[in-house]
Design a protein around this ligand. Structure first.
Ligand SMILES: Cc1cc2nc3c(=O)[nH]c(=O)nc-3n(C[C@H](O)[C@H](O)[C@H](O)COP(=O)(O)OP(=O)(O)OC[C@H]3O[C@@H](n4cnc5c(N)ncnc54)[C@H](O)[C@@H]3O)c2cc1C
Ligand code: SF4
Length: 483
């Protein structure tokens, strides 16, 4: 048994800044078993309270310790259809691991890294472990009760078909809802507006944090549950929600995310060389600029890049800019490092790679030359009383303006709800911030419509979106079977 948490092997910083290969390399079998042996198998495990998708954490860790890796991944997959994704990008440090009893002693059990280990083990052993049918998504009901042929159809249904469910958006919320319903036996169609499924997992999070082949494999597993994924389908444009109901879908889950970029509204934001992080990352990831010269997607990153913001999106943009050849990349953030919403690990990796941080600083103007960015004028900030987010409010310090020479700026200060579908769906109630109003189970104001993930909460996390997809799947099943 090992007392200390096992470190994750990584690609050295000086090498990785020249490539888009994965940074964290994953545990070996021995490391995974040593780490698993740290778990105390608590009779009342606190870690469980921090997992929105209800994975049996001590259970799968015990199986790893015993060397039963197939058993461990099977147990995880009863609850989580995207374990290799979650093992890589979920903020475990503020969820399950934060609650682990060991967190205040020798460091929490590395639950996320162990989850990733067994998901990768399954992939490298070229087998796909299928979890026992309907064990989780049915909310504890017996598998028998949720078999496709036993689903009770409520009322008259088109051509006496099985009740079909439509899912709009193929991010973690949509994929989870679809997978859970698919496992219960429902025919599910996922409609995705982009050319490939995955949502932010595909177009936002870069290859060096989440390789596309890992995501592809997990989406394939969702499809293998009978889920039909249709891309290039913009609901609200290609067809409306009303038309989906007319086509015979009995319920619709909306998981369209928060993909509308916010800008700062300062002079100069329309200059060449200014990108929203959304466009910047989409060009790199979805449109494969990271595979230059194989793909020639245009993306102009010059020598000095400023990235405005302090979240994961800012860290991803900054680290991508460096890999695309920028000589100097500076993150400009209005509060101090303590308040940065990015995962600690991402900030650490960014610092190791030589990204600079200009903290307590806000851009107030972008200056150009011949239509291109040349300088950014900023003002320094002090910190005042906490605001509604609980973090200290940044306050401009009069007379502290200064300029930085820059030729590219990436704005990563947050996203809002994409209004297209919402505007074209009369009767769908939104909250004050423009997100869909939904109850705990995801039920929205229109009959048969459920919603979850970033389109309800605003920009949040992969695992919270998955938790919402799971709860909605249960509620949809309950509505259709009238139980
Ligand atoms: C760059 C970046 C890095 C991040 N890093 C992390 C991280 O490390 N850890 C973490 O936990 N979270 C991270 N997040 C946040 C996390 O990715 C999101 O909270 C999560 O993806 C939300 O999931 P979702 O399913 O609600 O929406 P999304 O992932 O946004 O998926 C929504 C999908 O719906 C599609 N869609 C939209 N409108 C329509 C329509 N009308 N018709 C059909 N399809 C439509 C979109 O194209 C998209 O594919 C990051 C976010 C970004 C942007
Ligand atoms: S709280 Fe920590 S030690 Fe206890 S069961 Fe969970 S992972 Fe193991």
């Amino acid at each position: 048994m090992s007392k200390l948490r096992q470190e994750m092997p990584e690609q050295p910083a000086r090498e990785r800044i020249h490539n888009f290969n994965e940074v964290a390399l994953g545990y070996s079998e021995r490391q995974a078993q040593l780490e698993a042996s740290r778990c105390l198998q608590c009779p009342k495990p606190e870690c469980l309270k921090g997992c929105p998708v209800e994975i049996d954490i001590p259970g799968f860790i015990k199986l790893i310790k015993e060397g039963d890796f197939a058993g461990a991944i099977s147990l995880i997959k009863e609850k989580n259809n995207l374990p290799a994704v979650c093992g890589r990008v979920c903020p475990q440090e503020t969820q399950c691991e934060e609650l682990c009893v060991l967190s205040k002693k020798d460091g929490p059990v590395a639950i996320g890294r162990l989850e990733r280990f067994v998901a990768d083990w399954e992939m490298s052993h070229k087998q796909q472990v299928i979890p026992s049918p309907c064990s989780s998504a049915s909310g504890g009901r017996s598998p028998k009760a949720t078999r496709r042929d036993e689903i009770k159809v409520r009322g008259e249904f088109n051509n006496k078909q099985q009740p079909r469910v439509a899912v709009i958006g193929s991010g973690p919320a949509g994929l989870t809802c679809a997978a859970d319903l698919g496992r219960m036996g429902y025919p599910v169609v996922v409609f995705e507006s982009l050319s490939q499924p995955g949502g932010v997992l595909r177009y936002g999070i870069p290859e060096f944090r989440l390789p596309k082949k890992v995501l592809d494999r997990e989406i394939e597993a969702v499809k293998n549950l009978g889920v039909d994924v249709r891309v290039n389908m913009v609901i609200g444009l290609t067809k409306s929600m009303e038309e989906l109901f007319q086509e015979g879908f009995q319920a619709i889950f909306v998981g369209t995310g928060a993909g509308l970029p916010h800008f700062m509204g300062i002079p100069g934001e329309n200059l060449n060389g200014v990108y929203s992080a959304n466009e910047f990352l989409t060009r790199i990831n979805l449109m494969k600029a990271y595979l230059f010269p194989e793909y020639d997607t245009p993306i102009k990153v010059k020598e000095r890049v400023a990235v405005v913001g302090g979240g994961n999106v800012a860290m991803d943009s900054a680290r991508c800019a460096l890999r695309l050849g920028a000589k100097e990349v500076t993150v400009v953030y209005r509060r101090s490092e303590k308040e940065m919403p990015a995962r600690r690990e991402e900030v650490k990796h960014a610092r190791e790679e030589g990204i600079k941080f200009k903290l307590l600083t806000v851009p107030i103007r972008i200056l150009g030359e011949d239509g291109w960015v040349r300088e950014i004028e900023c003002i320094r900030m002090g910190l005042g009383e906490p605001d509604e987010s609980g973090r200290q409010r940044p306050i401009p310090i009069k007379g502290s303006e200064f300029r930085m020479e820059m030729d590219t700026a990436v704005i990563a200060i947050g996203q809002g709800a994409n209004p297209l579908l919402l505007r074209r769906t009369p009767g769908l109630r939104l909250n004050k911030r423009g997100y869909i109003e939904a109850d705990e189970d995801g039920a929205a104001s229109l009959k048969g419509v459920f919603a979850g993930g970033d389109i309800v909460t605003g920009a949040a996390t992969v695992i919270s979106a998955m938790g919402a997809g799971k709860r909605a799947a249960r509620a949809i099943d309950k509505m259709i079977t009238n139980t």
